[in-house]
Design a binder for this molecule. Structure first.
Ligand code: FAD
Length: 415
């Protein structure tokens, strides 16, 4: 039976990047009402990107990846209700119920529940040495097992799989990386960057297998001992890390009647189809001006933070546009990869700089206008590209490919 109701003016479900940023921004803006974060994890909000980078490698402790020091939340009067999973939402009575039976009322509900890692489904996928990288507990489990591991098989050639591969190679583990698609990073970037990243990981000793599916796992005593590929090959392995994407955490909202299609459907202000219920971050599919207004989910810290600010403005009745230009970063070995804009729909790719020395940028243009840039160890290009992408600048292609001319100086004269 549900315990006694508590009421919060703003009840945030999920203490990740989006949920934490919303509470922080509301207090920064002087919101005087009650605010609570109900989070399924047992720890206060922390940064997720280091999980596959500095936290996995041991370079950063948990304290160093906290979004705010633990004392911050109490000082700002943000109730932190941790280790509680919200199971149901009653939009009529404006109440949620958690797995332990706690019931809470809300004025506004903000769903910021992120996503759960997609699981492998082939035979043997329930083995105990198959890992995912989504939260602190996942990475702690990997770190605890690593001393006994010599060969890691990584499934998935997206950013998380590649970052994990880089850390594993630094630790001198043998690494095989399986990607079912024709190229690495195929979902998020263009061919030129995929080809470079592929070569770079191979040069670091990763056995990269693109266009290669997984048929099954061979197991002994509940543990994977080999991965069997769809071409019949067998790869002996003592740890598997799956980085094959996430499934948005939207079940309770869907059950409550919210419109859902690969994420909770929201409008430009992050309003769901249910009254006084908003959704932000990885779980929300919003109309994105950088994708011609198509409803897409963007999995990035930038998106989580900017959508939190959009909702904070709305709750505070402040009419201030949020510049939600997409940007992203990834660190692999000594590579600093940075992206701005969304490259989907480009009709031209220009490479400036030297791939051989791992210092170059890829410019994505559509009808002559710059829509996105990927940079590798070229921070200056990245910084200048932000303004150019925001302006949809027209570039002089013959100058843009010269890495010695500043990017900001290659804007084409108006026709
Ligand atoms: C390993 C890794 C590396 C990444 N690297 C980068 C990077 O380099 N750059 C970048 O921009 N982005 C990166 N990302 C993506 C980025 O971390 C996410 O886009 C961001 O965390 C999304 O924030 P969020 O608040 O929407 O979701 P999350 O941060 O996932 O937070 C959601 C929270 O909600 C909780 N929750 C779920 N369901 C419920 C429920 N029913 N009740 C209560 N609580 C619930 C979850 O336990 C979780 O704590 C990375 C992600 C991962 C996993």
């Amino acid at each position: 039976m549900a315990q006694e109701d508590i009421f919060y003016d703003v009840l945030i479900v999920g203490g990740g990047h989006a949920g934490a940023q919303l509470a922080i921004t509301l207090r920064q803006m002087g919101f005087a009402g009650s605010v609570a974060i109900v989070g399924a994890e047992h720890v206060p909000p922390y940064e997720r990107p280091p999980l596959s980078k500095e936290y996995l490698s041991g370079a950063k402790s948990f304290e160093r990846i906290l979004i705010r020091p633990e004392s911050f939340w109490g000082e700002r009067n943000v109730a932190m209700i941790l280790g509680e999973r919200v199971m149901s939402v009653d939009p009529g009575k404006k109440r949620i119920v958690t797995a332990s039976g706690r019931s809470m009322g809300y004025g506004s509900l903000v769903w910021a529940a992120g996503g759960s890692p997609r699981r492998l489904a082939c035979a043997g996928s329930d083995a105990s040495n198959i890992h995912v990288v989504r939260n602190l507990a996942d990475v702690d489990a990997i770190a605890a097992a690593l001393p006994q591991v010599t060969h890691v098989t990584i499934v998935g050639g997206g950013y998380i799989g590649l970052e994990a591969a880089a850390v594993m190679r630094k630790m001198d583990k043998a690494v095989t990386l399986l990607e079912v698609g024709p190229r690495l990073l195929g979902r998020v970037t263009g061919e030129a960057l995929s080809a470079f990243v592929d070569e770079f990981h191979r040069a670091k000793g990763v056995d990269v297998r693109t266009a290669t599916g997984l048929a099954s796992f061979e197991t002994q005593d509940g543990r994977v001992v080999a991965a069997v590929l769809d071409n019949g090959q067998r790869i002996a392995t003592d740890m598997v890390i799956a980085g094959i994407g996430i499934v948005p955490e939207v079940g309770a909202l869907q059950d409550a009647g919210a419109s859902v299609a690969n994420g909770v459907m929201v409008d430009a202000c992050c309003r769901t189809s249910l009254p006084d219920i908003f959704a932000i971050g990885d779980c929300a599919a919003s109309p994105n001006p950088w994708a011609d207004g198509a409803h897409i989910r963007v999995e990035s810290v930038q998106n989580a933070n900017d959508q939190a600010k959009i909702v904070a403005n709305l709750l505070m009745d402040v009419d201030k546009p949020v510049d939600a230009m997409p940007w992203f970063w990834s660190n692999q070995y000594d590579l600093k990869l940075q992206s701005v804009g969304l490259s989907m729909g480009h009709d031209l790719q220009l490479v400036r700089g030297d791939r051989a020395t791992a210092s170059f940028s890829i410019l994505y243009l559509r009808e002559g206008r710059l829509i996105a840039v990927d940079t590798v160890n070229r921070v200056k290009d990245y910084v200048q590209a932000r303004a150019l992408v925001a302006a949809g600048a027209r570039l002089d292609a013959s100058l843009a490919v010269d890495p010695d001319i500043a990017l900001k100086d290659v804007v084409a004269a108006a026709a």
